[in-house]
Unconditional design. Sequence first.
Length: 295
Amino acid sequence: MSLFSFFGAVEIGLIFSLVALGVYLSFRLLRFPDLTVDGSFPLGGAVCAVMIVAGFNPWVATAGATLAGAAAGLLTGWLNVRLKIMDLLASILVMIGLYSVNLRIMDGPNVPLITDPTLFTLLQPDDLPDYILRPMVLLVIVVLAKLGLDWFFATERGLAIRATGSNARMARAQGINTGAMVLLGMAISNGLVGLAGALFVQTQGGADISMGIGTIVIGLAAVIVGESILPSRRIVWATLAVVLGAIVYRFFIAAALNSDFIGLKAQDLNLVTALLVTLALVLPRLKRKRNVRAS
C-alpha cells in the first residue's frame, strides 16, 4: 500500500467513524434499527455542497448539514413515537423520502465542489500536502465528537437515553419521558451522520445522489469490528472501539482492493464488506466456544 493510499484509508475511516458513532447510538444504545442514515448521509452532503456553492462559509455549511441530518433523525423518531409507526418501517419511509428531497436540494444528481472553498482549503498551509492535512483535521473533529458523546452520556439526559434503550418500561416507571429521549437520541445520531456527509463531500470534491448507498452497512461493520477489537460496555471505551473499528475496516478494504494477488476490484467492495462483517460476527463466537471447551 502506498503512502497516499494509507492516508486515504485513514481519511475515509475517520469520516465514517462519525457514521459509526451515530449507528452505535441508535442501534446499541437506543435499540432503534435505523436505516435513515442511508438518506441523512447524502442529505448532509447535499446541504453542505449547495450552501458552499451559494457562497456560505464552509463552517456554516457544515453546521447546516449537521442540523439537516438531525432533522431527518428527528422525523424518523417522530413517526415512531407520535404516529406509532414501527421503528424499522419509520426509518425506511424517511430514507426513501430523503432520496427525492436530496434531488430537490441539489436540483440534479450531483453538485461539484472543484474550485469552491472547503474546510480543508481554508486551513491548508503552504508547506503541508492536502492528503496529510485532511486526516489531521478529521482526527481533531472525530476526537471532539467522541469526547462530546462521552461527556453527554454521563449527564442525566444522556443516562436517560441509555435507560430508554435498555428498558423503556422501567425508564417510564422512573419518570423518564422515553418518547422525548428517542427523539433526542435519533437527532444526535443522524446529526453525526449528516456531519460525516458534509465532510465527505468536501474531501471528495462534490455531492452525488448515490453517495449514501450502503452507508448503514459500513456503519454497522465499523461497530461490529470495533466491538470485536475492544469489547466493553463502558461508553468511553465503546466509542473508542467504534472509531477504531471504522479505521480498521477501511484499512482492510484498502488492503484487499490494493492486493493484486487477491484479484479484487472496486466493484467487489460490498462483497469484501459482507465477508468482513461475517468474520467479525463469527470469530468471537468461535473464541467463546473454544474457551468453554478448554475449561
